[in-house]
Design a protein around this ligand. Structure first.
Ligand SMILES: Cc1cc2nc3c(=O)[nH]c(=O)nc-3n(C[C@H](O)[C@H](O)[C@H](O)COP(=O)(O)OP(=O)(O)OC[C@H]3O[C@@H](n4cnc5c(N)ncnc54)[C@H](O)[C@@H]3O)c2cc1C
Length: 508
């Protein structure tokens, strides 16, 4: 078999990579040793930035329909409510998706898989990656399908083969970090209690940490937490054991009616020091793993796939030099490294057995969260951080130097500012967009054919952009992933041509 891109792994990262390559008309083969998308719920939250990608793909309405908005965050200790923070509209004015949405990993995978099928693409299920035969200039892999060895060749490979990545192992990528001492449990349950069913509840105690996330469906909840002491070394821990411990520790009056899924696992925090070797590019858990604190794992994989796919598409179409792919590592590695530290700090506070930290957690930390979060000015800061909308590629190679005399509130490398409701729906085509901000009605900007590929023009009025500091005519070049490539007051002297020449076609 022969293709342009082999994707190993059809988890959320691999399926997103496949969908993105399909948007650009690139040929690919996705393989996975499973026989279908995962049925386990696993990751539960989708961030605003991931929802914006789904919106660009025309899928966000389905996600909203099938997901659950979480309206408040509550802290209970010893059966009593200690704090409540309303988070329903936490990010208003920052994104069309200004809330916290639970939409499980299994649903993300199913959605992405069905979307592939709707465009007549499929996954080669029951196909196990065995070995990379060639990986420097071209790719050749050996896989096993129905007990038969199969060879697949391609120009590039995206390794979305998860935390244990056989590809990362074969190529000896460094994967430094550590393993947490505590074990962790997750369960999807149907449960009855005397509390409302749309609230996220966190219940810290001296013994362990436990959280309850509402899922779509009658009385469906995800329960997760650290295993209580004494269970760490025990084999075959059952939910019956843990259920009793949950009741003891939280003192909540819960009747667990049904357990759909229960798993106990060790958590790691590890990251590679480079996202690629030769023509092999790692994405998602194959490159970085961290605690689920903050619900960032799956979302980061989706963003990795989104970033590499458009760049690979431009290179394969001959629109860009292969050097463009180096910017994947340049842009995504610092984020993965920051995330590992951020989630590690959060997780250590949530799960530590240290007497002082456990007391602090039980009596002060979450009360502190309530006080901080009750300040209206703080909510957008929290939303920006956890929703991944603030992450910027400022100062990176694809972010051109600032060329405006205006005092703008955004820079090259930033996510396209959220101008108004549904603003991003103008940016659904897999191309660069050039926004021309002007109040002159008669001025029509033409693509003069000097550019290496089509660019879609969008005209906005200065009024629309005033709150971002725009006072006069401005041009903003936006990448296919809705990050700002270039900002300029004029389009003189072949500015666009110079940008593409430097970033896309220059061989030096
Ligand atoms: C029990 C559990 C609970 C979790 N809960 C949360 C949570 O609450 N929040 C959160 O953010 N994250 C959570 N995570 C992490 C989250 O699931 C991952 O971050 C996410 O799945 C990463 O997606 P991925 O596509 O990169 O990797 P995966 O989902 O691991 O996908 C990798 C794919 O590669 C395939 N594969 C592996 N080896 C081969 C091979 N040799 N040949 C072919 N295919 C192969 C696998 O079958 C799999 O389909 C949880 C993980 C687990 C295990």
């Amino acid at each position: 078999m022969k293709t342009d891109v082999i994707i190993v792994g059809a988890g959320p990262t691999g399926l997103m990579a496949a969908n993105q390559l399909a948007r650009f008309g690139i040929d690919f083969i996705v393989i996975d040793l499973k026989s279908a998308p995962t049925a386990e719920s696993r990751a539960i939250a989708v961030t605003a930035r991931s929802l914006e990608i789904y919106q660009q793909m025309g899928l966000s309405d389905t996600v909203l329909e099938q997901g659950t908005k979480i309206n408040s965050f509550n802290v209970y200790s010893e059966g009593e409510r200690k704090a409540e923070v309303k988070i329903g509209e936490i990010g208003v004015g920052l994104s069309d998706f200004h809330f916290l949405l639970a939409f499980e990993q299994s649903k993300n995978e199913e959605l992405l898989y069905q979307n592939l099928k709707s465009i007549h693409k499929n996954v080669l299920w029951n196909t196990e990656f065995l070995e990379l035969k060639e990986w420097t200039d071209n790719i050749e892999i050996l896989a096993r399908y129905e007990n038969k060895p199969t060879s697949i060749s391609a120009k590039y490979l995206i390794a979305c083969d998860g935390a244990k990545s056989p590809i990362r192992h074969q190529l000896n990528f460094k994967f430094e970090g550590g393993t947490y001492e505590n074990k962790f449990f997750v369960a999807d349950v149907i449960m009855n209690w005397n509390l409302e069913y749309d609230k996220l509840i966190v219940s810290p105690s001296d013994k362990n940490f436990c959280a309850f996330f509402p899922l779509k469906g009658n009385k469906r909840y995800r329960v997760l937490g650290t295993l209580p002491k004494g269970y760490d070394t025990k084999e075959d821990v059952s939910f019956q054991d843990i259920g009793k411990e949950i009741l003891n520790a939280t003192r909540l009056n819960i009747d667990f009616e049904k357990v759909h899924w229960f798993s106990v696992y060790k958590l790691h925090h590890r990251c590679v020091n480079s996202f690629n070797k030769g023509n092999v590019y790692l994405a998602g858990d194959s490159a970085h793993i961290h605690s689920p604190a903050g619900g960032q794992g799956m979302n980061t994989g989706l963003q990795d796939a989104y970033n590499i796919a458009w760049k690979m598409a431009f290179v394969l179409k001959g629109h860009a030099h292969k050097r463009l792919l180096d910017t994947y590592n340049e842009e995504r590695l610092p984020f993965a490294q920051w995330l590992m530290k951020f989630t590690d700090r959060m997780f250590s506070i949530m799960s530590s057995d240290n007497w002082f930290i456990a007391r602090f957690r039980k009596f002060f930390a979450l009360r502190l969260v309530e006080i901080i979060m009750s300040k209206e000015a703080i909510k957008p800061i929290v939303f920006r951080t956890v929703s991944q909308i603030t992450y910027t590629y400022r100062g990176k190679s694809l972010s051109a130097p600032y060329r405006s005399k205006q005092k703008l509130k955004f820079r090259t490398g930033d996510r396209l500012p959220y101008v108004s409701e549904n603003y991003y729906t103008q940016f659904t085509e897999p191309v660069f967009h050039l926004i021309h901000i002007t109040n002159q009605n008669d001025k029509v900007l033409e693509n003069n054919g000097m550019l290496p590929f089509p660019i879609k023009m969008i005209k906005n009025s200065i009024n629309d952009w005033e709150r971002f500091g725009v006072k006069s005519e401005l041009f903003i070049l936006v990448r296919p992933d809705n990050y700002i490539a270039l900002i300029s007051d004029t389009l003189n002297e072949g500015i666009l041509e110079a940008y593409f020449n430097a970033c896309f076609t220059n061989n030096t």
